[in-house]
Design a protein around this ligand. Sequence first.
Ligand code: DON
Length: 578
Amino acid sequence: MFKLSTILILSFAFFGCSTKDLSESELRKAELIEGKVREQYEAYGKKYMIATQGGATTRAAKFALDKGGNIFDAATAASFAISVERPHSTGIGGGGFMLIHNNGKTEALDFREMAPRMANKNMFLENGKQVKERSLTGPLASGTPGLVAGVVEAHRSRGKLPLELVMQPAIELAEKGFKVYPALAKAIDTKKDKLCKFKASKEIFLKEDCKPLEAGDLLVQKDLANTLRLVAKKGRDGFYKGFVAKSIAKNQKELGGLITTKDLAGYKVKNRKPVVGTYKGHKVVSMPPPSSGGTHIIQILNILEGYDLKAMGAQSAKAVHLTSTAMQIAFADRAKYMGDSDFVTVPVEKLTSKKYAAGLRKLIDNNKAVESSKFPVPFHRVPEPDHTTHFTIMDGEGNIVSSTQTINGWFGSAVTVPGTGIVMNNEMDDFASHVGGVNLFGAVGGANNLVSPRKRPLSSMSPTIVFDKQDKPLMALGTPSGTRILTCVMQTTLNVLEHEMNLWDAVSATRYHHQWSPEEIRVGPPYLDPKVESELKAMGHKINHKSLGCKIQAIKVEKDGVLHGVSDPREEGMSYGI
Ligand code: DON
C-alpha cells in the first residue's frame, strides 16, 4: 500500500522548493528501479488506484473518493485539478478523450475541440503556402474547447457527488496557488516570448519585464478559480454561456479569431464506439477517430502478432527492427486515411483487421529497414513541444476511467482570455493545413484531415484498456506526447502482454518510435544497448537519440485483484491507492 506518511512527505516536496528535477537525461535504469523516488510513482491497492501526472491532482482524486465518491467523481476532480496544476499541458481551454469502462461496458467520450463555424480549409495558407505560426500561436490556433463539456457530462451521467464538491480541490489550488515545479518553469521559460504578447498570459505566468516565473515561485490563478466556481455552480452553462462564453468570443473577435458564442453554445460531446482488437487472445480497446491512436495501436499489434518477439528479446535488434517497421507502416496509413469520421470515411475496420495486417507483414524484411520513400509524401522537420496529460483511475470492481486531455503544445495558443484565466488551445494545428502539411509533431496530414467548420482535428491521443483472456480488465493506460502517444501505449502493452514484464519495468523500459517520416528510429532515454544500435544501423536504420516525451500512467490488475499503479518516473506523476 502507499503509505500516507509518504504522501505527506511528497506533498511537502511537491509544493516546497525541494521538488526533484527529474529531467529525463538524469534518469538511468538503475535509478528507476532502485531509487528512493520509486515510491512516488508506484502504488498497490485493492479498493481503488489513481495514476496521474501531478501530486495535487492525485490528491484531488483521492479527496473525491474519500468523500464517498466513485471513480467518475475522482476523474472529474482530477480533470479540473490537472487543468490548474499543469496549465502548460492541459486546461479548460482545451479538450480530450475519456475511455470509460463501467458495469462491463466500454464507451469512448470525445470532447475534442471543434473547428469554429467560420473556419475554412485555406485558413492556414497564404498564396498556397502553409503559414505555420498561424495554427500555433494566437487566436486562429484555437478550436472551440470541449473539455468542460466532456468532463461535466462524464460527471453528470455517472458521478455521485455534487460537482461543487468534487471541484473544490481544483478551485483551492487555483485560488491559493502552488510553487512552480521545474517542468512547469521550463515550459514557461520556453514560451515566455509568446506569453509576453498576450496581456492576461503575461500577468499570470510572467513577472516584470516578461521575465518567466521560476521554480519555487508561487503561481496563483485567481481568474481561473472564479471560472471554475462558475462551472461548479452552473455545470456546462458556466463555461459555454454567459460571462465566460462572452469573454472568449470577445477576446477572439478583438484578436482576429473565429470562435463565437454560437460556436461555444453549439459544442457537442460525442459518445463513440471504441475500436476493438486482440493481441494473442487479449482484447485491446482504445480511442476511435478522430483519434488515430486506437486504430494504429491495434494495427501495429496485429502486424507484430505474427512474430515471436519474446524469443527475440524485448530490446534485441531484431525485435526493435520489426516493431519500428510496423510503426512506420502504420504511420504511412495515418497520413493517408485518418481524419474525423463524422466528416470523412475512415476505413477503421480494414485498418484493424488481421487480414490487412498479414498483407502488411509481407512488406517487412526480417533483416533490413523498409524505405519510407515507398510512400510518396514529403516531410519537413519542425520544432516539437511537449505536453498534454493523461490519468488513469480504476476501482476494485473493474470500473475504469482512462483520459487524455490537452491544449496541444506548451501553453497552447499562448492566449489567456482576460478575466477568465483560460489558456486557449492550439489544437487547430492538428489539422492538415493542406494535403501533405505537417503538424507540430512532424506528422503528415492528408485530405481527410483538412480543416472544415465544426470538424475535429486528427489526434493521436490513445486512452486504452486491455482485457485478460477471461475478458476482465487487465490494464488501463495512456500518455501525452503527440504522435509518440500511440507507439508508447502500444509498446507498454507489448512489454506486458508479449514480453511479460512487470508493470514497473514495462513503463520504465527504453522506448522507441518510428513515424515513417522522418525516416528514423527515435530512442530514449534510457537508450538501447550500443551493440543493438549498431546492429540496427547495419540493417539500414537511422537512430536519433531524443526523448519521446511520453509519461505513461498505467494501472494493472495483478493476482488476487490487487491494483498496481505506475506513473511514469520520467516526470512528476504520482500513483496512490488503498
Ligand atoms: O491530439 C493530439 O494528438 C495532440 N494534440 C496531443 C498533443 C500532445 O500530446 C502534446 N504533448 N507532447
